[in-house]
Design a binder for this molecule. Structure first.
Ligand code: G4P
Ligand code: NA
Ligand code: NA
Length: 194
């Protein structure tokens, strides 16, 4: 998605050869017009799939899940990162190890909101190690729902997330695929116009 690649080039801050800071439009302040465009793009990609719900994980996936769900005219669900005291009902949970924070947390979704008749599209901001996304994939399986695919806004192709998801048979589409980064320069997968 060219507009997204341009935004990353203009405003992304490369903190190291593996970490990209995008707080000005994605992880802190949100560019709402861009988020809506991203939702429409995921809709184009998965249009034939009769999706019933979009699933993400708090916090930074929420705006893209909402934009995508609006395009499909379905609800979205955001998984919570630990069991909140207010979440009294039965939940699906999966453990996620965060490599950046070196801690394991539980992702939780109420059993009331995903069922065997659902066709789920998972949406998230970053595809990096894939740890959080695999937790969501496991929750969709546990619910007996159909997983249609995973849509990520920014993929770091040099990390293992995509291959781990594809090993589980999951279809992955990303809108900006970064093949390499160095201070002052981001390289995207050539010829990619998703
Ligand atoms: P993950 O691939 O399963 O997300 O796990 P990882 O431990 O690699 O990443 C931890 C957090 O860092 C995740 O957000 C992930 O989206 C984010 N992340 C990974 N690589 C980058 C990067 O290059 N730039 C930025 N800005 N973020 C990155 P999170 O902790 O789940 O939180 P939230 O931001 O959604 O609240
Ligand atoms: Na996220
Ligand atoms: Na994040």
């Amino acid at each position: 998605m060219k507009r997204l690649e341009e935004k990353i080039r203009q405003e992304g801050k490369i903190l190291s050869d593996t970490v990209l800071k995008v707080d000005s439009f994605l992880n802190h302040q949100v560019d709402t017009a861009l988020a809506l465009e991203i939702g429409k793009q995921f809709h184009r990609i998965f249009a034939e799939q009769r999706i019933t719900k979009v699933l993400t994980i708090e916090a930074s996936g929420i705006q893209f899940a909402m934009a995508t769900a609006m395009a499909f005219e379905v609800p979205f669900i955001y998984a919570k990162k630990k069991k909140a005291v207010t979440l009294q009902e039965k939940v699906y949970t999966a453990p996620v190890h965060s490599f950046t924070k070196q801690e394991t947390y539980q992702v939780c979704v109420s059993q009331a909101y995903i069922g065997a008749n659902d066709r789920i599209l998972i949406v998230d901001d970053f595809l990096a190690t894939g740890a959080a996304l695999i937790g969501l994939v496991d929750i969709v399986k546990e619910a007996g729902a159909e997983l249609v695919g995973v849509g990520c806004v920014i993929e770091k192709c040099f990390q293992e997330g995509r291959s781990l998801l594809e090993q589980k048979g999951v279809t992955v589409h990303s809108l900006a695929k970064i093949t390499a980064m160095s201070p002052g320069e981001v390289q995207f997968m050539p010829g990619d116009d998703e």
